[in-house]
Write a protein that binds this ligand. Sequence first.
Ligand SMILES: Cc1cc2nc3c(=O)[nH]c(=O)nc-3n(C[C@H](O)[C@H](O)[C@H](O)COP(=O)(O)O)c2cc1C
Length: 343
Amino acid sequence: MLFKLARPVIFALDPERAHRLSIAGLKALPGRAAPAAGPLATEVAGLQFPNPVGMAAGYDKDGEVPDALMGLGFGFAEIGSITPLPQPGNPKPRLFRLVQDRAVINRMGFNNGGMDAAFARLARRKRDGSGVLGVNVGANKDAADRVADYVTGITRFSGVADYITVNISSPNTPGLRNLQAKGELEALLEAIAAARQPETPPVFLKVAPDLESGDHERIVRAALDNGIAALIVSNTTISRPSLQSADAGEAGGLSGAPLKALALSQLRRFREIAGDTLPLVGVGGIATAEDAWERIRAGASLVQLYSAAVYRGPGIARYITRGLERLMRADGFASIAEAVGSE
Ligand SMILES: Cc1cc2nc3c(=O)[nH]c(=O)nc-3n(C[C@H](O)[C@H](O)[C@H](O)COP(=O)(O)O)c2cc1C
């Protein structure tokens, strides 16, 4: 309600400035506990999630406010993407609100403060809540060896992350998505598997929605062969479904409502192939409890969102979890796990 009143003021600001202000606001908020495990609690990859609704990567790139996000009702928060070395990202402007489309286009380019700074921040965290912390890692733009950057990320954050996401699906680092290609993906995942230590947490893989037929089988096989614990489907799209907003022609990755149908169909395809051998995390255009429920019924064990928080504000997690509980009961399910893939 308050957000509805403030929205015109927030939307009058440059989007990147509004984003920084929201992080500052969360930092200033009195600490609130992560949601307690209730009817929506669910186990994925051996981790206990108090509810299945998470904040997607890219909002809290440097791990400044994961606990504040969980205090808002998110069952988990994925910080990052973080690269080994700090880097400034692309020239501004690089973030665009497409208000008429309820969408966002970004070409941030992994702007972040690097792994040392993020690690130090996370190491100071009190880990007493029930929420789950994911750390999403990427490769530096000018890395000589991108595979080595991912291995560094996994090694670096093993002591502080509940899970680590290998993000090879950002469209804003030239050539990064080639790591999804045949041969490259297998080499990357083998290197990650070889670097695994007893303390390494579950490793998730985040893929792009812009895939061709045949890619899905290959990705699932490579993931299963190399001990990937879950697949996150999906990142932003470089495709452009029909859009109304003035900034529709900006380069970068599109997220929000226009991504929903594509992300859902890719999730369904992965579920068809993987069955229940590989947990899926559904992300892309989720804005309501109905959207989250549809994604779970289609095969997602967990869901994430980012763009909808821009349009609906900080109450979004509670709004969705409340609705999910209602939908779960109405459809006669006793738990989220029971509903996964039940459509
Ligand atoms: C401004 C912005 C920055 C993002 N940065 C990252 C990132 O650094 N790493 C990543 O894996 N995904 C990133 N994403 C993608 C989101 O995590 C998510 O996959 C995508 O936005 C689709 O979800 P949504 O429609 O709910 O926003 C970013 C998205 C936005 C809008």
